[in-house]
Design a protein around this ligand. Structure first.
Ligand code: HEC
Length: 139
């Protein structure tokens, strides 16, 4: 919000934004539990499904079937490459080509949760979940 203060001096719209954010923050149970992009370094979602919906679905689509348009977003649905859990973990942490590295935004647990979610939904049923330690060692 600090950068917003300057802007606020010249823009009533910013004031509205700022007060909206303040009201939102007051609702949040604590600073680490945002449900939006409000936190600069971490997504606040707490389970794999929410992380998928808010972080991945914009590119891979809500049904995980991918999309081709301005870019090519591979389907995660029914994707045999997810069998080796290390592959999606590495992709999420470090990115690849047009897939952005998300490791700086997600905790080890969040990476594990979202990888476990995609590996057990959308027609994927890989039974060996990834844990936090696996993600940590892949960073
Ligand atoms: C900004 C768009 C974008 C976002 C957000 C995004 N991805 Fe991707 N993802 C891509 C693109 C593009 C590729 C293909 C990269 C390549 O060409 O190697 C990809 C590839 C992948 C692959 C490899 C698929 C394959 O068949 O090789 C996995 C797994 C994956 N993404 C998982 C995720 C997960 C899980 C999330 C959310 C935590 C996520 N992605 C968020 C764009 C995105």
């Amino acid at each position: 919000m600090r950068s917003c203060l300057l802007w606020r001096a010249v823009s009533a719209a910013c004031l509205l934004l700022a007060s909206g954010a303040a009201a939102y923050a007051a609702d949040a149970p604590d600073a680490t539990h945002h449900t939006s992009f409000a936190s600069p370094s971490r997504f606040g979602e707490e389970d794999g499904e929410a992380i998928y919906r808010n972080v991945c679905a914009g590119c891979h689509q809500p049904d995980a079937k991918g999309a081709v348009g301005a870019g090519a977003y591979p389907a995660l649905a029914g994707n045999a490459k997810l069998e080796a859990a290390g592959y999606p973990v590495t992709l999420v942490l470090h990115g690849h080509k047009a897939m952005p590295p998300l490791g700086g935004f997600l905790s080890d647990q969040q990476v594990a949760d979202v990888v476990n979610y995609v590996r057990s939904h959308f027609g994927n049923s890989y039974a060996d979940p990834v844990d936090e330690a696996t993600v940590k060692s892949a960073r």
